[in-house]
Structure formats: structure tokens, C-alpha cells
Design a protein around this ligand. Structure first.
Ligand SMILES: [Cu+2]
Length: 273
């Protein structure tokens, strides 16, 4: 593909079409493919991931900010075993290349408008990961009723400005061959069934775009720790449009974007156990 064509697609995609979510989790060396919203939910089972849709959530108070659109469990959902202290890697790419015969786009059948990249294609804004104790089987709980704690976040790297793509780990997710983003389950965390909620916040535009996706884990280990109340939040509820890291959306191409070197990640402080 010619370079100019790639640039044209990238430009188009970064405004409307470049949506997505977590396609695959890798936990202790095991790949767990995610829910495929391009296929009927009835045909999918034994996934750790809850249902989601590639379209962004633009309102932090929307019920869809919890676990994306729908957010319900697929049938025969199970919980991926993970040892406390181990790593979970989430991939926002299905690793297709530019030359893939299926193309870099997926389009809804019969539609030329509802297309999206098969690879993550936003650059600006933080990455966040939360967990919540399901108190039992995660597949039967309402994620909006859970109390979430943040286990990892990636904001603006030191020495960069808001408008500098290299300052954001999010931009690394679009690199061909990228493994994704790795987070650690707090080593001292009490064993049990937990939901994990990955979230990309895209601040290139106003309104901002939230991309949450939820998966189900069975944490193993000998830990006894649980986060105290001041670490716990609900979704929706954790964010508002007035949060500095959300209110600043839409400035990356302007003077503010060129001059601002600090970014305040929304949500609670990280609990590391
Ligand atoms: Cu998008």
C-alpha cells in the first residue's frame, strides 16, 4: 500500500472509524480470545470476556461506561486462573497487517459507514485497568454494582506534551506486532473471583471517548489484602466531565496541547496491594 494511502486512511480513521476494544488477553502464557461482536452471541461460549461493542462511550455517566455496550456475560462464561502477582496482557489488535486479505477495516455487512480498524488507532490519552471482587460467580453479577479499584494506569510520560503522540503509551498499541499492555495483579490480593476492567480514554476529541472492556478472573494465591474504601469506585460514578483529565479533551492539536506537560489521570489512586 502506498504511503499516501495509508496516511489518508489513518486520517479518516482517527476521527470516526478507529474504534475497538480488547481482542485478546494473555495470562500466564495462555491466550484467551475475546468476545467477537461481529458474530452472533449465541455461537460464543467459554469466554472470559463479557460482551462489548467497538463503538466508544462518550458520556462518563452512561451505564455503558461500566463494561461497554451490553456488558453481559456470554454463556458458559468462565474465569481465567491467574496467580496474584502475575501479569495480564491485553491486546487491542487482532494483529492483522496492512496487507491482510481481509484488509485493515471491518465493515458492518451492507454498510460503508460503520467500519472500524482491526488495530487500535487512537493515540492520545491514558490507559487504565481496574479490578473488582465479584463476591462469587462473576458471570451472574451486575458490574455496575461492583466496587472497583485501579491496579494500573499509564498517563503522559515525563518530558512530553499532551499533543505529542510519543508521550502516550496508547500510541504504542497501534504499532504492528505490538503485544498490548501488561498489568500486574497485586501480589497480596486475596484470592477469589474478580472482574478486570481495561479502559482506554481517548482525549483527542471533545466529547472524549471511553473504551471499557471487562473480563473474568479467578485469582489464586495466599494473599489476604483488600483495598480500603478510599480506593473503591463505581462505574458509572468514578468520573465526571469536570475531571481535569476528561475536561481537557479536544485540545491536543492546539496551543494547550503543545504547551501542557502535565496530565491528571481520572479515577482513584492505584492500589498495588
Ligand atoms: Cu475510535
Amino acid at each position: 500500500m502506498k504511503q499516501s494511502t495509508i496516511a489518508a486512511i489513518a486520517c479518516l480513521a482517527s476521527s470516526v472509524f478507529a474504534h475497538g476494544g480488547v481482542y485478546t488477553y494473555t495470562i500466564d502464557g495462555v491466550d484467551y480470545p475475546g468476545y467477537k461482536f461481529t458474530e452472533p452471541p449465541e455461537s460464543q461460549s467459554n469466554l472470559i470476556q463479557r460482551r462489548w461493542y467497538y463503538w466508544p462511550v462518550e458520556d462518563p455517566l452512561s451505564p455503558n461506561v461500566t463494561c461497554s455496550y451490553d456488558g453481559s456475560a456470554v454463556k458458559d462464561t468462565y474465569h481465567a486462573p491467574v496467580k496474584a502477582g502475575d501479569t495480564i496482557t491485553a491486546s487491542w489488535s487482532n494483529n492483522l497487517t496492512w496487507d491482510d486479505p481481509n484488509g485493515p477495516f471491518y465493515c458492518e455487512p451492507g454498510s460503508t459507514r460503520d467500519c472500524f480498524y482491526r488495530r487500535w488507532y487512537h493515540f492520545y490519552g491514558p490507559l487504565m485497568a481496574y479490578m473488582a471482587d465479584c463476591g462469587g460467580d462473576c458471570s451472574t453479577v451486575d458490574p455496575a454494582a461492583l466496587k472497583w479499584f485501579k491496579i494500573a494506569e499509564e498517563g503522559l510520560k515525563p518530558g512530553f506534551t499532551l499533543g505529542d503522540t510519543a508521550g502516550w503509551e496508547q500510541s504504542a498499541l497501534s504499532r504492528p506486532g505490538t503485544k498490548g499492555w501488561s498489568v500486574t495483579v497485586p501480589k497480596s490480593l486475596k484470592p477469589g473471583n474478580y472482574m478486570i476492567r481495561h479502559e482506554i480514554l481517548m482525549i483527542e476529541l471533545m466529547p472524549p471517548q471511553f473504551y471499557p472492556t471487562c473480563g473474568q478472573l479467578k485469582v489464586e494465591g495466599s494473599g489476604t489484602a483488600t483495598p480500603s474504601e478510599d480506593y473503591l469506585v463505581k462505574f458509572p460514578g468514578a468520573y465526571s466531565m469536570e475531571d481535569p483529565g476528561i475536561a481537557i479533551s479536544g485540545v491536543v492539536y492546539g496551543e494547550l496541547g503543545r504547551n501542557t506537560t502535565e496530565y491528571i489521570i481520572p479515577g482513584p489512586k492505584v492500589w498495588t496491594g
